[in-house]
Design a protein around this ligand. Sequence first.
Ligand code: HEM
Length: 391
Amino acid sequence: MTTGTGVPSLTDLLRTKRESEPVSLDPATGLWHVYRYADVLRALTAPALFSSDVGSFVPPRQELATVLVGNFVRMDPPSHATYRSLVGHAFAPKVVASLGPRIEACADRLLDAVADQERFDFVAAVANPLPLLVLGEVLGLPTDQGDLLNRYSNAVVFDDGIAGFLDEDVVSVAAPVLTEMRNHLLEQIDRHRSAPGTGLLGELVTAEVDGRPVTDDELIGLTTLILTAGHVTTTASLGNALLCLDQHPDVVAELRADPSLLPGAFEETLRVRPPFTWGTRIALEDVRLGGQDIPAGSMLAVWLASANHDEAKFTAPDVFDIRRTPNPHLSLGKGIHFCLGAGLARLEARIVLKQLLDRYGEIDVVAGDVEHYAADSVQAAKSLPLRVTRK
Ligand code: HEM
């Protein structure tokens, strides 16, 4: 399969990599790329060998304190568990389920706002604002700061991809918005300290870690992690789900007839189009992986998008099968860093997809006008115009 321009698709490129150089060093970047499911799984689930702490690779800039301190996705045991347990209860299944009616109301309101339009940008109208409204509630942050939060998420995650913050130039460009966000979060922390409000931040201002109060930097890092991890990923996954379904009208008909298939369909869209195509790990010692000797201190690019298509793990990996059971894709990670917000992302997706199918008899992606982020570590639409016909 090609992209229509004679250029091989990402799926084809990754298949070739899995076959010919499953673990390989890119001399230009110094990154070791890991493509096969078994090797990706090992890198994700052996934190004593493969660290998540990229601190030594990051330019030493004050602004990055907001991205790293308290940010447990970049921590190893034992501190990882200490920080994760500070916020874990907010994402317990019962708590997430209780958000359902609010998420439904938000999705309804956002779709009502474009109800008279036959064409609208799904990202701007729903996929981008919905997770922000939900996270504002979960965290106890004002939800009228969409512009700042968008600029922030993009600066931290999407404009330059996962590896962006390793690059001094990228960090320089992002620095002003990192500072602006830091100041905004400090104001919110003060507000919760003087009159503890609802949401996670209201609880965290009085919480303790290692027998002392959580510091401002840690509060900012924790909030940043949940905001960025929970916003742009969900936006991307909703857009990716529509892109996948657009290519499978037969599946859309099945979902209309039996909405109980929606969760399986969303999992399959996550497998086929993961928002993060690859993640990073650091080898803590000399390690042999996929037949290669990787020196201690090397950074690995761990390809989730490739693992999800590995023929050694998935039967007919190129078939879009919404009944795939089990579906052990790695798009939400695996092991101690498994996505904390997986249940919330799944709930948001189920609600949005159901509401779209309930409202519209026809939903078509205006393929020629879709705009994607350019970084190779992310798969996400920046804008996703839909042409719709109401029922
Ligand atoms: C479909 C949407 C989502 C995708 C594809 C996604 C993907 C991921 C992945 C791949 C990881 C593992 C990173 C690693 O191992 O280095 C992760 C971790 C994480 N995710 Fe998600 N995520 C999504 C939604 C969310 C949501 C909605 C939230 C919160 C509201 C969230 C919060 C987190 C947190 C806090 C972590 C760090 C967990 C840890 O290190 O223990 N994510 N996510």
